[in-house]
Design a protein around this ligand. Structure first.
Ligand SMILES: Cc1cc2nc3c(=O)[nH]c(=O)nc-3n(C[C@H](O)[C@H](O)[C@H](O)COP(=O)(O)O)c2cc1C
Length: 160
């Protein structure tokens, strides 16, 4: 079959049947300003070396900082962080205001209550349609307590 027979609404509806966790991808720009965006396109890619991927819309506010930067962080959200997930998907300018976060010693932006973190060096980027797939080489990672993950399915948030 050639050509595209699926429209954007059907594409979203069908893909929405794949249940995912939710992450906020963060990075810091040359002016030391934090950037963050809700993303569920996160996937682990390779064990050796340890690689992950995330697809980011070219129109996303974080995109120039990811393009220019050398590292980014995957914050895997806990089920208590639905409001944070919404906040980082709303297009707010000052989305970090009032949010508990810190930059660690290596410049990674960590959201304090996240379930887990992956600190990544940018390993590669693959333009893919209106998104770019950023591939990160995982430098370190940790689990932050014993909470449960935030889930996303059919456009809604769920808990395990
Ligand atoms: C659950 C969820 C998952 C999302 N996953 C992605 C993603 O993987 N890649 C992406 O580019 N946008 C994703 N988005 C959309 C962005 O979060 C949103 O378009 C963006 O934050 C809009 O504002 P900004 O460009 O100012 O950041 C997702 C949104 C939600 C609610």
């Amino acid at each position: 079959v050639t050509g595209t027979s699926i429209g954007p609404d059907d594409f979203r509806r069908v893909c929405g049947h794949f249940a995912t966790g939710v992450t906020i991808i963060t990075t810091i720009d040359a002016q030391r300003r934090p950037h963050g965006m809700t993303a569920n396109s996160f996937a682990s890619v390779s064990l050796d070396p340890p690689l992950i991927s995330v697809a980011v819309d070219h129109a996303a506010a974080i995109f120039p900082a990811l393009e220019a930067g050398a590292q980014f962080t995957v914050n895997i959200l806990a089920d208590s962080q639905e409001a944070l997930s919404r906040r980082f998907a709303e297009g707010l300018d000052e989305r970090f205001d009032g949010v508990a976060w810190h930059a660690d010693g290596t410049g990674h932006v960590l959201l304090d209550a996240a379930l887990a973190y992956l600190r990544c060096d940018k390993w590669g980027e693959i333009p893919a349609g209106d998104h770019t797939v950023f591939i990160g080489r995982v430098i370190s990672g940790e689990v932050n307590g014993d909470g449960k993950p935030l889930l996303h399915y059919q456009g809604r948030y769920h808990a395990l």
